[in-house]
Ligand binder design. Structure first.
Ligand code: NAG
Ligand code: NAG
Length: 190
């Protein structure tokens, strides 16, 4: 009963706000109820995948796009900017099922230790999150055991997302620079 009344109130509000906005189509801003966007209960999801940073070979997925004059002589490659479209897989092998891609860039932003600025979107292509994205913005001290980066937003099923990603290097080929990184992502969303 109480639920019915709430629903009635929400639909009445929706109806009146629709009328209001037809009449005032140039209104810049308004407040609305979360229900009007279909937002119900906030959920917490855990995603687990492996990130393949392929810098070598004929088909790299991470390419150097910019550098400073000092980058090659800097012990931390300060100023390096790399654009990536890295596959994300279910298991540690590149041949395992692809669940998405990490698209964006990382750059060396630390003079005294290796600390990357990560600016990336995870674009998921499997299961219920197919077509949804998460946006990451954070610091990645790649030689630490566990690195934590904030999830600052998302799209589709991840609208209003916030959370964090934890990265652990699974394997690193010191000769080629290719790396496989295990990710655990914890995210609140609707
Ligand atoms: C720095 O090293 C890279 C890779 O070896 C090379 O492609 C690039 O031309 C070098 N840049 C400068 C400014 O020397
Ligand atoms: C993901 O969505 C795209 C676009 O709607 C669709 O073409 C594709 O088949 C979907 N993939 C899976 C695995 O469901």
């Amino acid at each position: 009963m109480a639920l019915c009344i709430t629903k009635l109130i929400v639909s009445t509000l929706l109806f009146t706000s629709t009328l209001f906005f037809t009449a005032n189509s140039h209104t810049f801003s308004r407040s609305l109820l979360p229900e009007e966007l279909g937002l119900e209960k906030e959920k917490l999801s855990h995603l687990h995948f492996f990130f393949h940073d392929i810098v070598s070979g004929r088909n790299p997925t991470a390419v150097r796009v910019a550098e400073a004059k000092m980058t090659n002589t800097s012990a931390t490659a300060f100023g390096l900017v790399v654009m990536i479209d890295d596959p994300l897989t279910e298991g540690p092998k590149l041949s395992s099922k692809i669940v998405g891609r990490a698209q964006g860039l990382y750059s060396s932003a630390s003079l005294n230790d290796v600390g990357l600025l990560m600016v990336q979107n995870y674009v998921f292509t499997e299961g219920k999150f197919n077509g949804s994205t998460l946006s990451v913005l954070g610091r990645n001290a790649v030689f630490s055991d566990v690195r934590e980066m904030p999830i600052v937003g998302g799209s589709r099923l991840f609208r209003f997302a916030r959370g964090y990603a934890q990265a652990r290097t699974h394997s690193l080929d010191l000769k080629t620079g290719d790396a496989v990184v295990e990710y655990n992502v914890y995210v609140f969303h609707y």
